[in-house]
Design a protein around this ligand. Structure first.
Ligand SMILES: Nc1nc2c(ncn2[C@@H]2O[C@H](COP(=O)(O)OP(=O)(O)O)[C@@H](O)[C@H]2O)c(=O)[nH]1
Ligand SMILES: *[C@@H]1O[C@H](CO)[C@@H](O)[C@H](O)[C@H]1NC(C)=O
Ligand SMILES: *[C@@H]1O[C@H](CO)[C@@H](O)[C@H](O)[C@H]1NC(C)=O
Ligand SMILES: *[C@@H]1O[C@H](CO)[C@@H](O)[C@H](O)[C@H]1NC(C)=O
Ligand SMILES: [Mg+2]
Length: 445
């Protein structure tokens, strides 16, 4: 089937080389001033000890990490919770969110590819994130805060006793650690741990914190009981969204703009193989997410059906709500007929064996299949984003039940202004005659 296109990849090489040169220059000449001049007033940014010596001593850093087995798209959701917490913290004090490098994800199994210590800039537009809340990459944190040290790690956990007398209440308490601590003391008395693959990073203190409630339930404790400059929350997925699908949720979600090089590759692929361009499809995009406010139903989408077919761990448990390949293909054909679409783009994590079977049953399917060289540059995370971007631009989308990968596509389509009927669809299991369809979450601007 289709490859990513040699010219695009050559362009990408230049782009990444350019980015790396830029990154080094930025570190040498002070990150903030360059970012500021590049983005003018587009982004506000973290305080900077060089340009703002008066506030430097008050600057505090929030770092976080997520339970190792969690995948890319749940991690994107946890980012939204932490951004919300930082907004709350910033009501009292100059807090900055440090972006946890990507790596060692269970699903990122492509062999021979270096997939740790990946900065957010490889997947997302960091200036777009900064227009929502001050964020910095981890390496900027090291450079800015004086070295690879985290003052205080708080490992979040639930309450050992569960909900006391069955009533839910929001609370936070320092408690002994329930699970085995994933940090150990070295000879110098510092704590060593995973720290996103940065072996030289050490924590000065690690304690456990039982927390129950929304992300911002942590704010009073962090403001009053902790004096450390840099505070890392481990197991950050333990806390809930402050207000799921509210204005603040959507501000943060809209700011999570995919990195430009990934969007360009996705757009080139759409044009080349799917006869799809923003102009024809009414999916115009603006670099500044704050200017995007598409009316529901205004996006038409490219002349293809898009499908997210989640397999692997979703079928190992023989879940009732996930179809067999045969069931999925039957549904795909009926949707193509109903919507008069002769092309189908398939995003899937199916293994080799299932993929071969799917190709036999659905020979006309179009997939984004990177070469090894492409993959080496884009990484599994970049390929997943390109798949999501192409799915997001189709005239009609159908995803897999309770997959966060599919949920993120719903949101992307909501931002682009698709009619909800073309977005909030999922495959039913073979034994389900009808099944409950995903919820429509409307953007609050
Ligand atoms: N490229 C690509 N990767 C996928 C696809 N579906 C799943 N994956 C991979 O599998 C992971 C699934 O984990 P996650 O993001 O947590 O989504 P969820 O488990 O479906 O809720 C993704 O992050 C990708 O690495 C797909 O359609 N295309
Ligand atoms: C924070 O400190 C105050 C005052 O010392 C104390 O009453 C409170 O219990 C502490 N909070 C937590 C969560 O430990
Ligand atoms: C570690 O942090 C806890 C919680 O803030 C504090 O009670 C304790 O004194 C700290 N230990 C050291 C050695 O700083
Ligand atoms: C692409 O789409 C346009 C309509 O938007 C159509 O006129 C044209 O024939 C299509 N090209 C191909 C190759 O399908
Ligand atoms: Mg997952």
């Amino acid at each position: 089937m289709a490859d990513a296109g040699g010219a695009t990849v050559a362009f990408l090489w230049l782009y990444i080389v350019y980015c790396n040169v830029f990154k080094i220059a930025a570190l040498l000449f002070s990150v903030a001033s360059i970012v500021a001049s590049e983005t003018k007033d587009f982004a506000f940014h973290a305080g900077n000890p060089i340009s703002q010596p008066a506030t430097a001593k008050d600057l505090r850093y929030l770092l976080y990490d997520v339970n190792p087995p969690e995948g890319f798209n749940l991690r994107r959701d946890v980012y939204i919770r932490m951004a919300s917490l930082v907004k709350t913290l910033r009501k009292e004090g100059d807090w900055v969110l440090v972006l946890p490098p990507w790596g060692r994800l269970y699903h990122w199994q492509s062999p021979d590819i270096h997939q740790v210590r990946i900065p957010w800039g490889e997947f997302f537009s960091v200036t777009s994130l900064q227009a929502n809340v001050p964020v910095i990459e981890y390496e900027e944190f090291i450079a800015e805060s004086g070295g690879p040290f985290v003052d205080q790690v708080l490992v979040l956990q639930h309450y050992a006793e569960g909900w006391s007398d069955g009533t839910w209440e929001e609370k936070v308490d320092e408690r002994p650690c329930i699970e085995r601590l994933m940090y150990s003391k070295d000879k110098q008395g510092y704590y060593r741990g995973w720290f996103w693959g940065y072996e030289e990073t050490r924590a000065i203190n690690v304690t456990c914190l039982s927390a129950q409630g929304h992300a911002s339930v942590l704010a009073p404790f962090m403001q009053s009981n902790i004096t450390a400059t840099s505070v890392m929350l481990d197991r950050a997925e333990t806390v809930l969204h402050d207000h799921y699908a509210g204005k603040d949720y959507w501000d943060t979600r809209r700011s999570m703009v995919f990195a430009k090089h990934l969007r360009i590759i996705g757009d080139d692929f759409r044009a080349k193989y799917l006869n799809s361009t923003d102009e024809k499809d009414h999916t115009d995009y603006k670099e500044d997410w704050r200017l995007i406010k598409a009316k529901l139903g205004s996006a038409k989408g490219g002349p293809y059906l898009s499908v997210h077919l989640r397999r692997k761990d979703f079928i190992w448990g023989h879940r009732e709500d996930v179809p067999s390949l045969k069931g999925a293909v039957k549904k795909i054909r009926s949707l193509m007929k109903k919507h008069v679409l002769d092309k189908v783009f398939v995003a899937t994590d199916a293994d080799e064996e299932e993929l071969a079977k799917l190709k036999r049953m659905l020979p006309e399917m179009v997939r984004f299949e990177p070469t090894w060289e492409d993959l080496d540059l884009l990484k599994d995370g970049g390929v997943a984003i390109i798949d999501q971007w192409i799915c997001a631009h189709a005239r009609y989308f159908i995803g897999t039940s309770v997959s966060t990968f599919s949920f993120r596509i719903h949101e992307e389509r909501e931002i682009l202004g698709f009619d909800p009927k073309t977005t909030y669809n999922r495959f039913c299991g073979d034994s389900e005659k009808e099944c409950e369809q995903p919820t429509h979450w409307k953007i609050v601007y």
